[in-house]
Design a protein around this ligand. Structure first.
Ligand code: F0G
Length: 455
């Protein structure tokens, strides 16, 4: 057997669009060669993101019917709170509309002007909230994380020397918390080891700095620990998850990933004073503390999703699916980020189109060409996403990537075969590809709405 079969069967199906190459050429031109601007109806296999694109289970759909939509004291809030207490061990839960809602509240209750927030690589919305509250973000991930080919089992680890150096430089009183992402999205879905989490917590406790996890993809992190870290092979995912969070003071969660739902998130905390501050803000930005940004039925679905996510068969199948695609590409010589991460396979567009200079947008070009080739939608994560500096020049990020993000429980191995075959086909014809130039460039977060034309 070359792969693990799906640990679920199909009960409901959704038709997907089948288009001709001519139609796709027309569609991508209309979308300004930006996959964010394509209509989903024109997409065959949608690997833009794993966020909010999950397939819910029959139990979750049944849970929706149990929604208690009371304005205050919904019973589903208790279900969610119990699930978070049981699985993660946090005392308090503040429901939010999605991950960035939790990031907003956490940043406001902890950061003061002039502070620093260290993190193991940045994430766009997370850093934006830290900066909007007056903090400076400092990247303390290990150097290897910025090198696409470096094989490291825990490439999301914090460089403890970098962390200590920041404390020595600015003083612990200027660091309200360290944002520890488990796993690290922009490094390629790379995990953090338990040993590293423990060490980060030790330094933090000694210096009075809080450990706040971005636990958006925490189950993927736990599964990598089980696979790769000495002493964890015989532990259950639940046990590993519990231990991971035992080193944290709180966490922000986007339920749209490992919560196995389409919308929702929360902020989890242990400190009663911080919780009180968070409830004072959640009523301003989201809603009553007992629903925040979610309906009762959404809270029920995410509570069930958290449990399903921690099932070993579910998560090992997910990691295998992602690896299946990655290995097929690797065997054909296609340059990808290694090791293969938890939620996506990242194509190294700098290598793939080594004749296209970075300011002619190799990753943007590759994402557009992949769509034309087979109707597969992916996401640029390179120079276009990185934006411009204050002087108005492009940032030139080391990693110029295309992300093939796998939604949870949505696609089969046959879909992934289509994806692999079309990427390999493009790779064979790579010399024919030409870059792009901007015809419209928005001032911030330009990747969402920028438009290009062929050079
Ligand atoms: N943290 C990480 C690591 C994320 O990947 C995301 C979202 C968020 C926080 C914000 O959560 O979207 O629920 O507000 N990542 C999505 C992606 C958008 O495509 O990677 P949100």
């Amino acid at each position: 057997k070359s792969y693990m079969a799906e640990p679920y069967k199909i009960k409901v199906v959704e038709k997907i669009g089948v288009t001709t190459r001519e139609q796709r050429e027309e569609a991508i031109k209309k979308a300004g060669y930006n996959t964010f601007l394509l209509d989903s109806q024109d997409v065959y296999i949608d690997l833009l993101t794993d966020s909010g694109t999950n397939a819910m289970s029959d139990d979750q759909w049944a849970g929706l019917m149990k929604g208690d939509e009371a304005y205050a004291g919904s019973k589903n809030f208790k279900t969610l709170k119990n699930a978070v207490q049981d699985l993660m061990g946090f005392e308090y839960v503040v429901p939010t509309h999605q991950g960035r809602g939790a990031e907003n509240i956490l940043s406001q209750i902890t950061i003061k002007e002039g502070d620093y927030v260290p993190g193991n690589m940045y994430f766009t919305t997370t850093r934006a909230h830290q900066e909007m509250n007056g903090a400076t973000f400092r990247d303390v991930v290990i150097d290897e994380a910025h090198d696409s080919t470096y094989e490291h089992p825990f490439k999301g680890n914090v460089d403890l020397d970098k962390y200590q150096a920041l404390i020595d430089e600015v003083g612990a009183d200027k660091i309200p918390y360290i944002c520890l992402a488990v796993t690290v999205n922009l490094a390629g879905g790379q995990p953090v080891s338990m040993e590293n989490i423990k060490a980060v917590a030790e330094i933090s406790r000694k210096n009075g700095i809080l450990v706040m996890m971005d636990c958006t993809r925490f189950v993927e992190n736990a599964a990598f620990i089980k696979e790769r870290e000495e002493g964890y092979q015989d532990k259950s995912i639940k046990e590993i998850v519990k231990e991971m969070f035992s080193y944290a003071d709180g966490a922000t969660m986007s339920g749209k990933k490992d919560g196995l739902v389409n919308i929702g998130g929360f902020l989890a905390l242990n400190d009663p004073d911080l919780y009180t501050k968070a409830t004072a803000l959640v009523v301003v930005f989201e809603g009553m503390p007992s629903y925040g940004g979610m309906t009762g039925r959404d809270m029920e679905a995410i509570a069930i999703g958290l449990y399903e996510s921690c099932e070993y068969n579910y998560i090992s199948h997910r990691l295998e699916q992602v690896r299946y695609l990655g290995k097929k590409l690797e065997e054909a010589g296609v340059p990808i980020v290694k090791p293969i991460g938890g939620h996506a396979v990242f194509l190294d567009a700098k290598e793939f189109y080594d004749h296209i200079p970075q300011d002619e947008f190799p990753a943007q070009t590759l994402a557009a060409n992949l769509y034309v080739e087979s109707g597969v939608r992916s996401m640029e994560r390179g120079i276009v996403s990185a934006g411009r500096n204050k002087e108005g020049n492009h940032y030139y990020p080391k990693l110029e990537l295309v992300r093939l993000t796998i939604p949870r429980r949505v696609y089969t191995y046959a879909h992934l075969d289509v994806v692999a075959d079309s990427v390999i086909e493009l790779y064979k014809n790579r010399k024919n590809a030409k870059g792009l130039k901007f015809v419209y460039e928005p001032p911030v977060l330009r990747f969402f709405t920028a438009r290009f034309e062929l050079l």
